[in-house]
Write a protein that binds this ligand. Sequence first.
Ligand code: DI6
Ligand code: FE
Length: 349
Amino acid sequence: MSVQLWTHCRVATLAADAPTPYGLIEDAALVVEGDTLAWVGPRVELPAAWRARCTTEQDAGGALITPGLIDCHTHLVYGGNRAHEFELRLQGASYEEIARAGGGIASTVKATRAASAAELEASAARRVRALMAEGVTTVEIKSGYGLTLERERKCLQVARGLGQAHAVDVRTTFLGVHAVPPEYAGNTDAYVEVVLQMLPVLHAEGLVDAVDGFCERIAFSPAQIERVFAAARGLGLPVKLHAEQLSNSGGAQLAARYQALSCDHLEWLSEDGARSMAAAGTVAVLLPGAFYFLRETRLPPIALLRQHAVPMAVSTDSNPGSSPCTSLLLMLNMACTLFRLTPEEALAG
Ligand code: DI6
Ligand code: FE
């Protein structure tokens, strides 16, 4: 097996107990055995036994090496685009108004339903490759633009296929409760029943790593989300939630009661919500892209998250409506400029 020694690099280990910011090692060495990182540390401390086993030596050209980046919240499998809505918003329409008028997520549902699996795969592959070019090694991909069993399955299969076709780890999330599809307009509870039927089928097919929901007055109520969460946990699946993005509906407390992996967006998070997340170990996923593209003015309560030691993550929310973006590095930048995270918090996130 090949054993490679990499030198002439700085390494940000981000180790929690490191004595330096970023866990930075200035003159570092890495040993890569097969596809495993076998040793990392200051070059002068490389054990002679490891040095002797190295079959090749690589010059990293003075690069800064970080852990692989994780984009933990994307909706990157979809058809069409929403450029027209961007223009409408610039003319003064809000995201919520456009959604209520039948645009928004519903318009992407229409375009996604009309697209073939091959078309969805081709457009999503471009987005995945853009993320990978910036160092992303793990990407979470949600469904939620199909909203029938067959179409949600198609999108989740495309997502799984992207992980097989690219050198990236893909985690899939079933987001059946994303929007009420047109055929159930005015009958949200009946649609929730349909989602409850889809979940065990898609899970049995190995297509679901986690379950998400959109808890908002233009989407699903806490009571409706809770039904889906109870079913997910009953199947042993972890949950996460789009919570407190446009209003405070207590989604964070609900998610925490179901030991959610994360609550995402959180511009309207309350102190009680932050406390619940801290107690449950739920991560706060910050999405500066959506904040920026929707021209929001209310910031997520970063000080509150720090005060209660809620772990923070940063993600693209890559989607055609509220965050048409495939640059996680830009999101790290915006997490600092817009949300005032420190660069170290942003990179760790
Ligand atoms: N919140 C979001 O950020 C995305 N979904 C959601 O529930 C946006 C999806 C879209 O506008 O297409
Ligand atoms: Fe989202």
